[in-house]
Design a binder for this molecule. Structure first.
Ligand code: PLP
Length: 394
């Protein structure tokens, strides 16, 4: 018999995955261009040309043994030093290579951090709605997921709700801003309030409660909105960054963890996270793409295209009587819906519109629209949304 945990996972259906398969089924019947698939957060904007150029430069000019070899588990020291310098320039921090561990995307970073921090039964707070994989990641290390709701008014986390959820077993809180699935960016005020509660409760518990800041969407913020840099507000923060979205490189699996020098147990955490990188089987983040991102630290995908989609979709949906949150970041729109979210998603499917129900993010009553699609898809989908709105009597 295989692992019971894994048997359960094979039985629990991933809604997003099911949508992906439904998309393929509908495309086979109606043609890909007539299916409006808003289910996946897979970037549709090409990587900047500098990425391809860096790959070619590295493989054609550098020593092949050294570019493909094993390295320190934390990653290439020179790459980590370049990242630290770039962060210092942007956020007025004082990191060095000793604060950076290269990771296999944000997902790899989160697993490394959770392995580093958790003892069985330790509680990890997440804010609903949240990226559903957090549940699996916490369970990987026998932690207990504690779910608190974000404010249903603006989807910012609420400090008093957080305070009430903290127990002597609370080890960490995962935050994610810009947020998947709501598109909300946490304000400086929110971060200050959360930090104050965590300081107070860490003192009460006699041990630190860590913030794990999951930041794959940091660069995807619109209208000049500020995304506060969390280590500046709360010293016991670990950041899990990724280039999956900012450089459209999700398949390359590359990111990093920031372990600030001020964090409680800094040396222990840095060493343990390097070992976790090794023993989780990553060994180190992929070599070639580490060197590539180091050459592209000032690059990012053209988010103007996401921005155009954001406005087009928002104005369209508002005009039909829907109630979306205007996203400040990421490439998701969070829609309040007038009926059961699963029924809504089924009704949308009749018009070949694929969305993810809020229940998939533990937040029924809403649906997520991933607008990292061609503008044409949105233009073609709007009449279908209009018909859907009419069916629902909006
Ligand atoms: N965290 C959030 C909130 C995400 O939306 C995703 C991917 O969509 C990830 C983490 C994983 O990202 P990565 O590809 O960097 O592992």
């Amino acid at each position: 018999m295989i692992s019971e945990k894994m048997i359960k996972l094979t039985q629990s259906n991933s809604v997003i995955r099911a949508m992906f398969e439904e998309g393929n089924r509908l495309a086979a019947i109606h043609g890909r261009e007539n299916v409006y698939d808003f289910s996946l957060g897979n970037p549709n904007i090409p990587s900047p040309p500098a990425v391809g150029k860096a790959i070619i430069d590295i493989v054609t000019t550098e020593d092949s043994v050294s570019i493909h070899g094993y390295m320190s588990n934390a990653g290439y020291p020179a790459v980590r030093a370049d990242i630290a310098k770039s962060l210092n320039k942007r956020f007025d921090t004082a990191f060095t290579e000793s604060n950076i561990i290269m990771s296999v995307g944000a997902a790899g970073g989160l697993n490394v951090v959770l392995k580093t921090l958790l003892n069985p039964g330790d509680e990890v707070i997440v804010i609903s709605p949240f990226f559903v994989e957090y549940g699996n990641y916490v369970s990987n290390f026998d932690g207990k997921l504690v779910i608190i709701p974000a404010s249903r008014f603006d989807f910012q986390p609420d400090a008093q709700t957080l305070r009430a959820a903290i127990t002597a077993k609370t080890k960490a809180i995962i935050i994610n801003s810009p947020n998947n699935p709501t598109g909300v960016v946490y304000t400086e005020d929110t971060i200050k309030q959360i930090s104050a509660v965590l300081e107070e409760k860490s003192r009460e518990n006699g041990s630190p409660i860590y913030i794990i800041s999951d930041e794959p969407y940091r660069e995807l913020a619109y209208d000049g909105v500020e995304v506060p840099y969390i280590t500046k507000y709360y010293k016991n923060t670990l950041i899990c960054y990724s280039w999956s979205k900012s450089l459209s490189l999700p398949g390359q699996r590359i990111g990093y963890i920031v372990v600030p020098s001020e964090i409680h147990d800094y040396e222990l955490i840095f060493d343990a996270a390097s070992i976790a990188t090794r023993i989780l089987g990553y060994v180190n983040a992929p070599a070639l793409i580490q060197r590539v991102v180091a050459k592209c630290l000032d690059e990012q995908t053209d988010i103007a295209a996401y921005d155009k989609n954001r406005k087009l979709l928002y104005d369209g949906l508002k005009g039909f009587g829907f109630d979306p949150i205007y996203p400040q970041g990421a490439f998701y729109m969070w829609l309040k819906i007038p009926c059961d979210d699963k029924e809504f998603v089924e009704a949308a499917k009749k018009y070949n519109i694929l969305l993810v129900p809020g229940a998939a993010f533990t937040c029924p009553g809403y649906a997520r629209i991933a607008y990292c699609v061609a503008k044409k898809t949105i233009e073609n989908a709007l009449p279908a949304f209009e018909k859907l709105a009419k069916d629902l009597g909006l």
